[in-house]
Write a protein that binds this ligand. Sequence first.
Ligand code: PXL
Length: 285
Amino acid sequence: MTDPTELPPAAPGHTPRRVMTIAGSDSGGSAGLQADMRTFAMLGVHGCAAVTAVTVQNTLGVSAFHEVPTDVVAGQITAVAGDIGIEAAKTGMLASTAIIRAVVATWRSAGLTGSVPLLVDPVCASNVGEPLLHPSALDAMRHELIPTATLITPNLDEVRLLVGIDVVDDATQREAARALHALGPQWTLVKGGHLRTSRISSDLLFDGADFHEYAASRVDTRDDHGAGDTLAAAITAALAHGHTVPEAVGFGKRWVTDCIHAAYPLGHGLGTVNGLARLLDDGSA
Ligand code: PXL
């Protein structure tokens, strides 16, 4: 199947594939729905957004967030599903049990459960550890949202919170993939990027039977804010283009690795992955 980067942008008069992010806003523009929409635009899909929360954030951290009322979260999904149509979606920051429940119920009532690929990135905290999900919402994430997911993409901190496993090597990464799969998603991607002791960043995909491994050399940068969101958004775009989950994950891993290679400093804290890396023609991506 054609690599999404080789597809032409939407032609005049021709409706492209439609995808939705159900996520929070990062006022600093590095992560959250800003990263998702940037990635969607680069990958030739029309991005729609259901905003769940508004963070007050810069490169030094998240100082506050405001949750969008659940009927407004649900309303955004229903409005888009009933008119524009959704061919794949991803969730990011969901903040609370009430928002998770609104997303699950709306996804079902819109008739999307089981027919439209849903990637759940179980965002719990910012890259420096500020909470983006109330700890009391972990149960709803585990037992209500994750079982409806086509694919979940936890990082190692989220793995620890969700299933209590400390991933330190290949064996514990496999153990975590099995424990997460038991929660009910079709596919589980345990991202190894936070295992900083390894020179390889290795992500492990599991469907309950087979493991697929996606490895890339670790890039030595602190400017990696938005990496998880960019990976998940690239996978979602590839799913909307009709790729299988293993193909979409392989594509997303190559995509985000290029974006990390082209990362740039920003503000006074941690810089960001460069979601526009592909537009560079100087060989740096
Ligand atoms: O990268 C996870 C993430 C998702 N969504 C929002 C964020 C962050 C990290 O900071 O701010 C809104």
